[in-house]
Write a protein that binds this ligand. Sequence first.
Ligand code: AQP
Length: 333
Amino acid sequence: MSKSILFTGVQPSGFLTIGNYCGTINRWTEFQKKYLCFFCISDLHALTILPKKSKESLNNRILDTLALYLSCGVDPSKSIIFLQSNVYQHTQLHWILSNFSYFGELSRMTQFKYKVNLNQNSPINLSLFSYPILMAADILLYQTNFVPVGLDQKQHLELVGTIARRFNKRYGNIFTIPSIILNNVGFKIMALQNPMKKMSKSDNNLNNSIFLLDSIDSIRIKLYKSLTDSSNPPEVKYDQYNKPGISNLLVILSSLTGKKISDLEIEFNKCTYQYFKKSLLDILLEVILKIQKSYFFFRKDIHYLYDILRLGAENARIHSEKTLCQVQNILNS
Ligand code: AQP
């Protein structure tokens, strides 16, 4: 029996954060054993917020992201790793699907509204608005069964299902309807200085995010400076509304160790925040330094990285072309 298909990706819009890691990347090796996985580097998506950056800088970010995929355990001999812009079928299907996507539903996307709000003084790119349609093309081209994402992408995924159903209703069962995989813990890691908002790789305040490539000192400083609360005595307890900072740190620790939050609350009962942060720092460094060790090994070998992208694109084109042909045939008939 052939394996189910899983599609996932990251935009090379900055260095990956522990938000990206806890939200989805930490399970990629597990998925790789079960499914035929497509790991995309979504450079076209990154253009929605990087239009002014030079090509070289985007290029470097692509290679950084690829080397991070490898150091997080993605294996090019088992999975298909590719660059979105190398597979033209994505933009082609994007345009076709635009005809099955409504202005109203795109206007309701909270991430779009959030990003518009962040950039109030700049013009809004059309690409930022139609981002979920390109995401629909990415996923539907591969007849994907499963898409692991963090909570911020859940609404987009639901829209992908809506677009696919709309198309199928008119033309028959062309697209597989994908199911979302959401981690039980870590699906929304919050910013360290402002735990009411999501940790993001493109956040202008670097102290809000721990990056997988941060130095030990930087991780230590960011973690120690992270916002907690003034409970007296200190209380390491999950309470998202009254103690968002400590709750966020508990979620990160739970995600990295696999321990339940309720067990961590008992373990750190009556401990100072300083002690709690030190324990989290030890675990964080253990995870991140292991990733960094192989990252620097892979990142040096540019030829190897380009070979992976070349082979990955060839494979991705073969798979995606089948669906695109089917769609084009049905539209032209
Ligand atoms: N803070 C987060 N907590 C949990 N999961 C997260 N993800 C992102 N941030 C968090 C998940 O990581 C995957 C890759 O994200 P993306 O590159 O597609 O873009 P994003 O969701 O917009 O992530 P960022 O880091 O916030 O990027 P920028 O700053 O460029 O917008 C996705 O599965 C996402 O859910």
